[in-house]
Write a protein that binds this ligand. Structure first.
Ligand code: APR
Length: 250
């Protein structure tokens, strides 16, 4: 089916449900200037995740991980603002269709766009925690011109994200699985669906009888096996198209 037809179909499907959830990944923030991890221009082309995003590597040498990797990513994230795809999901909530966004992103852009129930599956860069005394600071209160950023006690701060080798907070995992198994539609936007356990959520949704509508720049591991259908293209354009169709038909 052509993209326009799929956009119309997605608008019709969404319009028929009041129990929609979304799972988002780095691809939804690409149009906000934040690079993805995989695919074209992906962060992991430049950096080895085991050297810069694994908790053991961070704890071995937090200065190095901050200077080489986190500094730049944190700067990009702190100055980004929501794009048309985030705004589309926010509109979908305001219209009464979308209930919860489960995001793998640490950029806070869904909340900035206005979504009120956002599960930050991989944590956030909006807060940082001291490795020594565990005091936490909102990123807005920190001065990142000195890297690594430090606590008042002198300890090095870490972002409150989930590094490789760390557990997803169990209450977030539990709630996300509940949502995946009870929603009518799971919109899966901008994720390569490679990293577990997030990648299992669309599988849970499908096996629980939900439609899985995928929006991605390229086909993923889900496209042929799990997704009910996949709309290929930029998340911002596709989401804007869906919202336009949906509002026209209401
Ligand atoms: N619109 C839609 N999709 C896009 C766009 C765009 N403008 N740009 C890129 N994409 C797609 C890519 O083709 C890719 O399939 O988004 C996907 C992004 O995949 P990843 O970079 O792997 O991001 P994600 O799935 O969120 O990664 C999961 O991996 O390293 C970790 O912890 C990190 O949370 C992250 C996790």
């Amino acid at each position: 089916m052509m993209t326009d037809a799929l956009v119309k179909k997605a608008a019709r499907d969404l319009c028929a449900s009041r129990n929609v959830a979304a799972l988002t990944g780095a691809g939804i923030s690409v149009e906000s200037g934040i690079p993805p991890f995989r695919g074209k221009g992906g962060v992991w082309e430049k950096f080895d995740p085991m050297e810069y995003a694994h908790i053991d590597a961070f704890m071995r040498n937090p200065e190095k991980v901050w200077k080489v990797f986190l500094k730049e990513l944190n700067e990009v994230v702190q100055k980004a603002s929501p794009n048309a795809a985030h705004m589309g999901l926010s509109r979908l909530e305001a219209l009464g269709f979308l209930k919860t966004v489960i995001t793998q992103n640490v950029d806070g852009l869904h909340q900035a766009a206005g979504n009120t129930d956002v599960i930050e599956f991989h944590g956030t860069f909006a807060r940082h925690r001291c490795l020594e005394c565990s005091r936490t600071y909102p990123a807005a209160e920190l001065n990142f011109s000195r890297i690594p950023p430090r606590c008042e006690c002198g300890g090095i701060l870490r972002p409150e994200c989930v590094f490789f080798g760390e557990m997803i907070p169990p209450h977030l995992l539990w709630r996300s699985e509940q949502i995946a198994s009870t929603c009518d539609i799971l919109l899966v936007v901008g994720t390569s669906a490679i990293v577990q356990p997030a990648a299992t959520l669309p599988v849970i949704a499908k096996h629980s009888g939900a439609k899985v509508i995928e929006i991605n720049a390229e086909p993923t591991a889900l496209t042929d096996s799990v997704s009910t259908y996949c709309i290929l293209g930029k998340a911002g354009e596709i989401m804007s198209g869906i919202i336009r169709e949906l509002e026209a038909s209401m």
